[in-house]
Design a protein around this ligand. Structure first.
Ligand SMILES: [Fe+2]
Ligand SMILES: [Fe+2]
Length: 288
């Protein structure tokens, strides 16, 4: 059995988490090379993106991440380079969008880290993600669990509730009617089961108190849903899905019923989103 971390106040205890992740990987027969990843620690700052320009300098807290964040990002980088770039790009899109939308700085920190770490659970799904074909329905269902695993890791690491919820709900629509996971008794059971398998206890009940998520929280979470879908749409490296040109994203989000304005995104974000696309376009090779 891997050791169960008691606290996460220093770098050594972060490594205990790494070993617990390894235990989970073994328990679920997901062959992971995390042991080699965690044998060296080279990252000393966050990977500010090269492919997404930043709208202004990042605030101090974002420039000074905790050691847990650095270790998790390093794990993601080692497990799946593509997911690492997606995380970094997603965080940059969220940061930029929040600036355009006038989101307050006290929200911005949590939204930045929520974006950066939303897919951290994909460390355990890298074989599925890398399949060079369309996934079967069963494989899709399995991949959907990355949201639960992200949530458990972020809660176990004692990130703020909003950051953990970013992991859990970044594929759920703004009114919770579309996407996943649906919030019901099964969700709590699934979380508790996987949390036990991982030896990653949820450290406080308030992480699971989803009725305490305010309208403002859901609105902020939906910005992450939107910026995640944006980066996923234009990402040229996604194996199982072809990418869009940035100039085609607006039309795609208009018509899609899986993700888009019909189902997933809060219509009140649309004006800002269109302005953001306009700002971003000159940074691509596409003609305006
Ligand atoms: Fe995801
Ligand atoms: Fe994502």
């Amino acid at each position: 059995m891997p050791p169960t971390p008691k606290t996460l106040i220093d770098y050594d205890s972060t490594m205990l988490h790494a070993h617990a992740i390894l235990g989970f990987a073994a328990a679920t027969n997901k062959k992971s090379k995390l042991n080699t990843i965690f044998s060296k620690h080279t990252i000393d700052k966050l990977p500010f993106p090269t492919s997404v320009p930043l709208y202004g300098p990042p605030p101090t807290k974002i420039s000074n991440p905790t050691k847990e964040t650095l270790a998790l990002i390093e794990a993601l980088q080692g497990a799946d380079t593509h997911a690492y770039f997606h995380a970094s790009n997603h965080a940059a899109h969220t940061y930029n969008f929040c600036k355009f939308h006038g989101v307050s700085d006290d929200r911005l920190d949590d939204m930045y880290y929520g974006s950066l770490l939303h897919d951290i659970g994909k460390i355990f799904f890298k074989e599925l993600v890398a399949l060079p074909r369309k996934l079967t329905p069963d494989e899709f269902s399995e991949l959907h669990q990355h949201t639960v695993v992200s949530f458990i890791i972020l809660a176990a690491c004692k990130y703020p509730n909003f950051v953990a919820w970013s992991g859990l709900f970044h594929h759920l629509s703004y009114d919770q009617s579309h996407g996943y996971p649906q919030i019901d008794a099964n969700l709590i059971k699934t979380i508790e089961f996987i949390s036990k398998e991982m030896s990653f206890p949820i450290p406080a009940e308030n992480y699971l108190n989803f009725s305490s998520i305010t309208r403002e929280d859901w609105d902020a979470l939906n910005i992450l849903v939107l910026t995640d879908a944006l980066d996923a749409s234009i990402d040229p490296h996604r194996a199982y899905k072809s990418s869009l040109l940035l100039s085609n994203v607006a039309a795609d989000f208009e018509t899609s019923s899986d993700y888009g304005w019909k189902t997933m995104f809060n219509p009140s974000l649309k004006t800002t989103f269109m302005k953001y696309l306009e700002w971003l376009l000159p940074y691509t090779n596409e003609k305006a």
